[in-house]
Design a protein around this ligand. Sequence first.
Ligand code: CU
Length: 257
Amino acid sequence: MYTESSSLRRDLFRCLAAGAALTLVAASPAAAQDTQEFTGTFGQLNDSGLSGEVSVSLTGTSAEVTLSIDGVVDLVHAQHFHGEFGAENVCPTVALDVDGDGLVSTVEGVPSYGTVKASLVTEGPTDASYALAITSFPVASGGSYEYSRTIELPEELTNDLENMIVVVHGIDLDGSGEYDGDAPSSLDESLPLEATIPAGCATLVAAGVTPTGSVAAGAGGTAPDDSTSARSTSTLWIVAAGAGALAVATGVRRRQA
Ligand SMILES: [Cu+2]
């Protein structure tokens, strides 16, 4: 009796162990194809008036990127994933205005949001070398634009996407209706400053950390920092960082760990 029962238990154990091993083997490829969701809320930079949202659905190295942008001039807007791998990338503050012109240029913002890691162009290659492919970025109409495209990202970038920043560029500083003026771009002297100056910035947050439903619900274009009273402190910090809120102490980091 005892032997039989013990043998049964052994068989049962073997069965369970084998099942567990199979489950582990089966789970690995499936996990790689899970879709991870990331969201971000744009805050304006350089008093641009920009607001908006970004979402990224990442499956493997395929990223469906959607931007909804308001409050911009009806011209082309360069837009990129910025960041340094493993660094704590954040949206910049006016403290980074090194040359004292009252504006944070694209280059002045790099110590905060890092270099370009992907170019969110409407067609063609999306690597960093297309960061200034100024004819391939979306053009706003009526002060807004939508962007939606599924792009392939380098694996290194997909592994660190939660740490990336989305930057939208282009402000008509003098209200002329064109990107013009004597001040040159900090990236390319053949372009005016207006064409490349950062207009908005969003930190990507893994969905589930910040429920998307709580962000700017029904705000209808209200700046994120105007409607923070109902938010939890942790959400507020994330929104403040996303807004590049100029009044926030420079020590703010998205990851408080
Ligand atoms: Cu950029």
